[in-house]
Ligand binder design. Structure first.
Ligand code: GAR
Length: 187
């Protein structure tokens, strides 16, 4: 099987990145992780990429042309899918257009509910009965593109933010790979 080349964007811990790297080692998984991009020099996910010999790029988003630098690298590495895994920067409309290929994101809520930041505290404040995660295509609207899949669980009224996060992330590790398989099923 010829795998599609993927780039994962991260800003933080990178547990979804680690999960995707592990999954990508399966013979039948449709993508290989050929590049990791982070806007955060200290993202622990970068250490994992280094250890696993996966090329990475740290970008400084203070520079106006940083998206061009990323686009150049994506082209050079022939990347055909970007997976946003906890990348806490908005991607510009121009970037989406110029890349012109698949970009997907994972978000820790049942979209369209709770777009944006501080998801878990808002879910608790709202006394939601169910929550979960969503994998969706990225367009120019924040957390707004077409949904590929969602995974849900019932909120326990005693759950705090940390417990919600743990339960959500456990589902994310299933949802992200499943969404990627779904995208390439008929290709
Ligand atoms: C994930 O839970 C992801 O859903 C969230 O950041 C976390 C990254 O965790 N993304 C967003 O909130 C994007 N709006 P990780 O670095 O351990 O994979």
């Amino acid at each position: 099987m010829v795998k599609k080349k993927a780039c994962v964007f991260i800003s933080g811990k990178g547990t979804n990145l680690i999960n995707l790297i592990r999954k990508s080692r399966d013979y039948n998984f449709p993508i290989s992780i050929n590049l990791v991009i982070s806007n955060n020099n200290n993202a622990p996910g970068i250490i994992y990429a280094k250890k696993n010999n996966i090329p990475f790029l740290i970008i400084n988003t203070k520079f106006r042309n940083y998206e061009y630098k990323i686009l150049r690298e994506l082209k050079r590495k022939r990347i055909s899918i970007i997976c946003l895994a906890g990348y806490m920067k908005i991607i510009s409309r121009n970037f989406i257009k110029k890349f012109g290929k698949v970009i997907i994101n994972i978000h820790p809520s049942l979209l369209p509910k709770f777009k944006g930041l501080n998801t878990f505290s808002r879910i608790l404040q709202n006394k939601e009965k169910k929550t979960g995660c969503t994998v969706h295509y990225v367009n120019e609207k924040l957390d707004g593109g077409n949904i590929i899949l969602k995974k849900k669980f019932f909120v326990n009224p005693r759950d705090n933010e940390n417990e919600l996060k743990l339960k959500t992330q456990k589902l994310e590790y299933l949802a992200f790979p499943e969404a990627i398989i779904r995208i390439y099923r008929y290709h």
